[in-house]
Design a protein around this ligand. Structure first.
Ligand SMILES: Cc1cc2nc3c(=O)[nH]c(=O)nc-3n(C[C@H](O)[C@H](O)[C@H](O)COP(=O)(O)O)c2cc1C
Ligand code: SF4
Ligand code: SF4
Length: 436
């Protein structure tokens, strides 16, 4: 069985699944329950000067039958006293010496950072996470995402924490920036040991069309919140990759944002994360999901013949490149499996109105195709010569595997836009890029 132990900047955990800073990591009671269920580590709900919360504070986006596909919150950092938080952190560390516990902190002045880092370290925590990501409430007070949006502030405040820290310091970044790599490089310059990303994405999930107030409704008003859950995974994956691929960042990464299944976790690891953190999926389904995460990841590693997480970490990083380096001459076409097709014709409509009009509805018999399930109904057939291989039909098709995107050999050699431009300038190019 593959070795699931993970190592983030020297912080070792029995598996790569950590509870992220948030409501499930608010008390010792919850931490005990998380570790009993099998979570590998936990980042405590952010501790700072206690701050009141509003009611209500969450809203969700349901897509089809999937509730909480996106999850928005306007909750702030811990509303409990630092004394209670630090006391319980120490209690959890005493009971679970083999599980890393990280104190997430957010305060304002240099003196307060020194004080809070020291108090956290006295509890026996394995690391400190600096919350530079909260995009609501705290940023209006000069903390959270306003720090993560200002590279100079990231560098200064990280260095304040490092002045007092004797355990690894993780900096948790906000995705609400133009280029995450700029923020990540300033974490590196400051000398922190690792980066966690992402915190939540600024959002308004919906508007009540009777009251005209978005949810969550706080006495008739609302405020933008932070978006999390499955909907943000693509944003988080891109940012993890961007940091993993940048040689100037060069720091271990903890991947956060939309992890709900072992596949999500494996994708984060493949794109360069050393572990993952989970918040929304626990709020939705409870700590018990870790069993499925561990079993699924373990079975996947075994099926690939990977001995440990190290064999997976970063494996997909080199396969993401700039668009200008992609091969313009690589060709793929859509091919329909007529035995599994249910003749819903969604692919036809999508290609006809949203793509390149190269799926025909044909009488099956003359083409040697099986008849439609409904008598006399035409069936879809791709005109492969005209298909540009955009993928749309295979994405809309409701039958898994029914439309395959098949690579096609051509007589054109590989040619990227970058090579095309260089060749044009040098007068050595004889090909032109393919046109639809
Ligand atoms: C209700 C709620 C409260 C959160 N509170 C914190 C917090 O106190 N500190 C922090 O660093 N992140 C906080 N987060 C952000 C999460 O740690 C995480 O970065 C984000 O939710 C994305 O992960 P997910 O999709 O697994 O939820 C909170 C998230 C939610 C949903
Ligand atoms: S891949 Fe795109 S162009 Fe080709 S058949 Fe499908 S929708 Fe049409
Ligand atoms: S979308 Fe899929 S199932 Fe529906 S007609 Fe097209 S190939 Fe068949």
């Amino acid at each position: 069985m593959a070795d699931l132990t993970s190592n983030l900047a020297g912080i070792k955990s029995p598996n790569p699944f950590w509870v992220a800073s948030g409501p499930p990591a608010n008390t010792a009671y919850q931490a005990h329950r998380a570790f009993e269920a099998g979570w590998g580590g936990l980042v405590w709900k952010t501790i700072g000067d206690p701050t009141p919360n509003v009611a209500s504070r969450y809203s969700g986006l349901t897509i089809g039958s999937r509730r909480m596909a996106g999850f928005n919150n306007i909750e702030l950092i811990s509303d409990r006293s630092p004394e209670a938080n630090f006391r319980e952190l120490a209690e959890v560390k005493r009971r679970w010496p083999d599980r890393p516990v990280i104190a997430s902190l957010m305060v304002d002045t240099r003196e307060r950072w020194h004080e809070f880092v020291n108090r956290a370290i006295d509890t026996g925590v394995d690391g400190i996470e600096l919350n530079f990501g909260c995009p609501h409430g705290m940023c209006e007070r000069g903390m959270g995402s306003v720090v993560g949006q200002d590279p100079a502030a990231i560098e200064t405040i990280t260095s304040w924490a490092l002045e007092a820290a004797s355990v690894p310091v993780l900096v948790k970044l906000t995705p609400n920036v133009t280029d995450i790599v700029v923020a990540a490089r300033s974490v590196r310059r400051a000398g922190a040991q690792a980066i966690s990303l992402i915190n939540t994405v600024r959002s308004i999930t919906n508007v009540n069309l009777d009251t005209f107030t978005p949810e969550p409704d706080v006495g008739g008003k609302s405020s933008h919140g932070g978006y999390a859950g499955p909907a943000v995974k693509p944003i988080a994956l891109q940012m993890v990759h961007a940091c993993a691929a940048d040689p100037e960042v060069g720091l271990p990464l903890s991947g956060v944002g939309g992890v709900a299944t072992w596949r999500d976790a494996a994708e984060f690891l493949a794109l360069g994360a050393a572990n993952v953190q989970v918040c929304t999926a626990i709020m939705h389904h409870g700590f018990g999901i870790v069993e499925h995460l561990i079993d699924g990841l373990s079975a996947y590693l075994d099926s690939k013949g990977f001995a440990s997480l190290r064999d997976l970490e970063g494996r997909a990083v080199p396969n993401v490149t700039d668009w200008s380096r992609l091969d313009l001459n690589a060709k793929r076409v859509a091919r329909i499996d007529h035995d599994t097709c249910i003749h819903c014709n969604l692919c036809y409509v999508a290609c006809e109105d949203g793509a390149y009009q190269c799926i025909d509805l044909v009488d099956p018999a003359p083409h040697g195709l099986p008849p439609a399930r409904v008598a006399d109904r035409p069936v879809p057939l791709v005109r492969e010569a005209d298909c540009v291989g955009c993928n749309l039909c295979s994405i809309v098709c409701p039958v898994d595997g029914c439309i395959e995107m098949v690579p096609i050999e051509t007589d054109r050699s590989a040619l990227s836009w970058e090579q095309y431009q260089t060749g044009l300038a040098a007068g050595t190019i004889s090909q032109i890029p393919p046109q639809p």
